[in-house]
Design a protein around this ligand. Structure first.
Ligand code: ATP
Ligand code: MG
Length: 557
């Protein structure tokens, strides 16, 4: 990977440095707070890199906190997957926390609010509350239960907790300001009744705190100094601060800071939509290599370094925008260029018979494993009198600017010889089935013996020593740049997002292991898929070698 990019401080770092300088905080403490209701995606990776990046930069701390307040959609499976993904990205949390660990404390704080007359039990249904909530300029109609006595509220809330009432029959609401232009301040719900088994607390609770009541208080309990979240929570901030104040929690209190969520072109990111893709089998699972999930990206061949680099380049912004997928691909190309061993693979083979070599001719040639990394060494590849080349590298009627193989033209075979095509062999239907060529023996190893110019070098594999592999070629999962803008994002799915071919790969491939990265010379970067077995090797194409992002950059310079 190229050197660290030097950049100006972002607005979050400015706030933090000021707080450190002024002594408002002694040590920076952040957290990453996923809800365990799905797998993490590249947007979460952005938030992870940001929170853990701050910990690293300021020598502070960062917790992993599961925001597990909605038992119906959460599970242990998601908890484990989230932990694995964060570790894979290369980050270590200081503490593993769960909002559910604070249920007792949160309950006690709710009691405090009730005793202070700042919360009440309300018997309205969500529909009734919604019908009475007013508009930003018209105040909400007060709930008929708003002026219940402290005693009645305490009694009802305790009975809510004891399981005396059915789901949805009552809520605990904060008593704030029904005329506030901020709808979140119009007596927001703090607790709901849900008779449901929680993946950690089991059946201990049947009332669950809302996000708003759990989040800021959890931050407080953990001593979080800067609670970084996405912009949609900006309107929740007054409530976040109101609750800390209303409960009467001493300073220093956590500070909520919002940044723009990451959007990536040609994909969707909401967990609800990703879940639909999985449940309705538009993809093979959460880790389908076309998914923007971290496990999908990992299976596609992205590296932690490439994702971290991507997050760094994207930076943090105050306004939402859509980041081009090409940038992410550019980052993985740059990383794999340094790391991936080059091998030769032919994905659409055309047989070449070399007529000036004897039948069953074979010899070993030396190939360089990675020109970017001398320590990667060299390997032996087998050259035989029959080989395969890529069908696209030959044209019967070449245009003027075609420099690869055509009748009577010469090209260089990578690491091998200069060959010349002398004859095209066709079947009865006129399809080209074979080329008959001669090599120049003096060009062994790819030399130009008499200094003659050979314009192209093409890849090849021995027709005797190759391994057929399943090669999965991926394209974008959606047809339009911003599928979220479509009325029905499902209709925007690209029907050709996966093509499977049999690739003829040099024998080196016999020893590969899942998740290893390779460059198929001249084609792209590929990763070994975990579907690989002892008798079938499966590759996923991570990206082609064509860097559209670098091209775009050039154009704008
Ligand atoms: P989704 O909308 O996909 O369901 P979410 O925001 O509900 O996501 P959480 O599990 O609550 O998912 O998110 C954990 C953290 O990740 C939050 O702090 C959230 O703000 C952040 N986050 C989620 N999506 C993005 C994104 N696209 N870009 C940056 N941060 C994100
Ligand atoms: Mg959320």
């Amino acid at each position: 990977m190229t050197n660290k990019i030097s950049r100006a401080k972002n607005f979050i770092e400015e706030i933090i440095e000021k707080d450190l300088e002024e002594g408002y905080v002694k040590e920076v403490y952040t957290r990453f707070p996923p809800e365990p209701n799905g797998y993490l995606h590249i947007g979460h990776a952005k938030a992870i890199c940001l929170n853990f990046g701050i910990k690293e930069k300021y020598n502070g701390k960062c917790n992993l906190r599961f925001d597990d307040t909605n038992p119906e959609t959460e599970s242990e499976e998601y908890v484990n997957a989230i932990k694995e993904d964060i570790k894979w990205l290369g980050f270590k949390w200081d503490k593993e926390c769960y909002a559910s660990d604070y249920f007792e404390q949160l309950y006690e704080w709710a009691i405090i609010l009730i005793k202070k007359g700042l919360a009440y039990v309300c018997d309205l249904s969500p529909e009734e509350v919604s019908a009475m909530r007013g508009t930003p300029t018209v105040p909400a109609t007060p709930s008929p239960y708003r002026n219940r006595s402290v005693e009645e509220n305490l009694d009802l809330f305790i009975r809510m907790k004891n399981g005396e009432f059915p789901d949805g029959s009552r809520t605990l609401r904060a008593k704030i300001d029904l005329a506030s232009p901020n709808m979140h301040m119009r007596d927001p719900v703090l607790y709901r009744i849900k008779h449901m088994t929680h993946h950690r607390t089991g059946n201990k609770w049947c009332i669950y705190p809302t996000y708003d009541f759990a989040h800021g208080q959890s931050d407080y309990i953990e001593g979080i100094t800067h609670s970084i979240c996405t912009l949609e929570f900006e309107v929740h901030r007054p409530l976040y601060e109101w609750l800390l104040e209303a409960i009467g929690l001493p300073h220093p209190r956590p500070k909520q800071i919002e940044f723009a969520r990451l959007n990536l072109s040609y994909t969707v990111m909401s967990k609800r939509k990703l879940l639909k893709l999985v449940q309705d089998k538009y993809v093979f699972g959460w880790d389908d290599p076309r998914m923007p999930t971290i496990c999908g990206l990992r299976r596609r061949g992205f590296t932690p370094e490439s994702i971290r680099k991507f997050a760094e380049i994207v930076g943090v912004a105050k306004r939402e925008n859509v980041i081009q997928l090409e940038l992410l691909e550019h980052c993985v190309r740059e990383d794999l260029n340094q790391k991936a061993i080059r091998i030769m693979a032919v994905l659409n083979p055309l047989k070449v018979v070399i007529t000036n070599l004897p039948q069953n001719y074979e010899e070993e040639l030396e190939a360089i494993n990675n020109p970017e990394d001398p320590t990667a060494g060299t390997r032996k590849i087998k050259f035989t009198n029959e080989i395969f080349i890529e069908r696209d590298d030959f044209l019967e009627n070449p245009p003027k600017d075609f420099y690869r193989l055509y009748l009577n033209n010469e090209v260089r075979l990578r690491y091998a010889y200069i060959i010349k095509c002398n004859e095209i062999v066709k079947d009865n239907n006129g399809n080209i089935v074979e080329l008959r060529c001669t090599i120049d023996p003096a060009s062994r190893g790819g030399k130009s013996p008499d200094g003659r110019k050979i314009k192209s070098t093409i890849h090849w594999v021995s027709a005797k020593y190759y391994v057929p592999c399943e090669v999965r070629l991926y394209d974008k999962l959606f047809k339009s740049e911003v599928p979220d803008e479509k009325e029905n994002f499902i209709e925007d799915i690209n029907p050709n997002s996966l093509t499977i071919v049999t690739g003829y790969v040099e024998e080196y491939v016999k020893n590969v292991k899942p998740y290893e990265h390779y460059q198929f010379e001249r084609i792209g970067y590929f990763v070994v898929d975990p579907d690989t077995t002892s008798d079938k090797i499966v590759f996923n194409r991570t990206v082609t070698l064509k860097d559209d992002y670098a091209k775009k950059l050039k154009k704008t310079q």
